[in-house]
Design a protein around this ligand. Structure first.
Ligand code: HEC
Length: 167
């Protein structure tokens, strides 16, 4: 077990190294600014850098409650009332959640669930119910609620990083 996981980590690290080597190679040269107008002094935001994270209170308690109801109706039969999974489906909290989504964006969670779940009838709950379920899953994984609802807006969700909970 120990050896295998070290090997897996090694493989992951070399893949990462490869990926970052590739992405640095394809970064386009910055567009040259017109000579007459110097570029503005304000630092340009990096569009790739997430603006917020799941630690910032990105959904509301009420939304997570609705998500719980949708989860109970459409997901719990396989993933379990306590989200621990079962013989047929993986758990959705704890290590399973962190391992699956780390380094990704809330958009990835939303789109993945909407396009694949429930397996027999994906995309049947509607955007609002899916995003409510995402809010519920964030709450179940210990991420704090706040005072604004999470919107089913892929562009916005793309800017929210799935950070690890601080210990
Ligand atoms: C009929 C059983 C069943 C139902 C109902 C179901 N799931 Fe799943 N779910 C699965 C199985 C099986 C997998 C593993 C699929 C795989 O790995 O290909 C899975 C995987 C997942 C994953 C991990 C996906 C990934 O990309 O790693 C998430 C998150 C998830 N389900 C959420 C939900 C949500 C939310 C609902 C309700 C809207 C739901 N599931 C309903 C069986 C189910």
């Amino acid at each position: 077990m120990g050896k295998r996981s070290f090997a897996a980590v090694g493989a992951a690290v070399s893949i990462l190294a490869l990926v970052s080597a590739c992405s640095t190679a394809v970064v386009p040269a910055p567009p040259s600014a017109p000579v007459e107008t110097p570029p503005p002094a304000a630092p340009e935001p990096d569009p790739a850098a997430p603006q917020t994270s799941v630690l910032d209170g990105i959904y509301t308690e009420a939304q997570a409650e609705r998500g719980r109801a949708a989860y109970d109706g459409h997901c719990a039969e396989c993933h379990g009332e306590e989200l621990r999974g079962g013989e047929m489906a993986p758990g959705l909290t704890g290590v399973a959640f962190r391992f699956r989504w780390r380094g990704l964006k809330v958009a990835d969670i939303f789109e993945s669930i909407e396009s694949t779940m429930p397996p027999e009838e994906p995309e049947t709950l509607g955007d609002q119910a899916y995003i409510d379920v995402v809010a519920f899953l964030l709450g179940a994984n210990g991420y704090p609620a706040g005072d604004r609802e999470l919107a089913a807006d892929s562009k916005l969700l793309e800017g929210i990083a799935v950070e690890r909970m601080p210990p």
